[in-house]
Design a protein around this ligand. Sequence first.
Ligand SMILES: Cc1cc2nc3c(=O)[nH]c(=O)nc-3n(C[C@H](O)[C@H](O)[C@H](O)COP(=O)(O)OP(=O)(O)OC[C@H]3O[C@@H](n4cnc5c(N)ncnc54)[C@H](O)[C@@H]3O)c2cc1C
Length: 270
Amino acid sequence: MREFEYCRVKTLGEALALLREGVDSKLLAGGQSLLGAMKLGLMAPERLIDLRDVAELRAQRELGSGRLWLGAMQTHADLTRSPALRGFAPGMAALASHIADEQVRSMGTLGGSLANADPAACWPAGVLALGARLKTDRREIEVDDYFTGMFGTALEPDEILCGLSFGKPRRMAYQKIEQMASRFALVGVAVAQLDDGSARVALTGTAQGAVRLPAFEAALTRSFSPEALKGLKVDEELMSSDVHAPADYRAHLAAVLAARTVEQALEMQQ
Ligand SMILES: Cc1cc2nc3c(=O)[nH]c(=O)nc-3n(C[C@H](O)[C@H](O)[C@H](O)COP(=O)(O)OP(=O)(O)OC[C@H]3O[C@@H](n4cnc5c(N)ncnc54)[C@H](O)[C@@H]3O)c2cc1C
């Protein structure tokens, strides 16, 4: 690793001031993606700004509008155990519990995962399926406008993701086929039936990051059942292809998983 300056801040304002000083800086959340990239020499920021002591990024509460707020610095382990999340959207708490291993879950954060937008990550599919609204230090971003492709987001380089909110779904579930070494998703599907009865389906493990599947959503909005998805296919052009699995196999898995995830959403106590 190259040398870098380490700053540990207590407020969002301090973090923003440091980000704007003109030094090549990176925000540090759980470090589970960033530090690995730095060790591999893929990134060499001059300054890390550690957000772990910023209390306002850790908050979790039900908003008056009937939405649940999750702060960006909540770890995967916090969210696995959160009674509020388990009551509001148990499928999201289950999603968190299957990320990586206990060590990664104890350090890795919701915000870090969404800012990193790894195309095989689990949170992007979950928040896309729920139609979440993300909040940064300066604006709100609907999740449909947030992901912009592989490792791409609408965040500006000096913008801090503060957290997100979503309404209570009627049902929601997420399933993935794991890449055995890391437990990242070879393919992962999140399915939600929202309060108004409409369905949203999001896929992770694609060549473009998390994407929605409109044909699957239309079928499930008509009838929220695994049978409604019979005959629907996922376009293999969407999927990534690597040593772990070719695109046509991933596309096949995605369609199978979508039906299984609907089944699970119907079975889960919501
Ligand atoms: C072995 C291993 C297995 C894994 N398996 C899975 C898996 O199964 N599923 C899964 O989804 N993920 C998996 N991950 C990734 C893990 O979930 C990480 O926690 C996540 O990718 C990054 O979160 P972090 O908090 O560690 O962010 P960091 O690594 O600290 O930061 C990642 C990036 O986000 C930026 N950033 C962080 N916070 C903010 C913020 N609030 N605002 C703006 N930018 C910010 C940073 O500057 C950096 O560019 C795995 C990681 C490892 C090491």
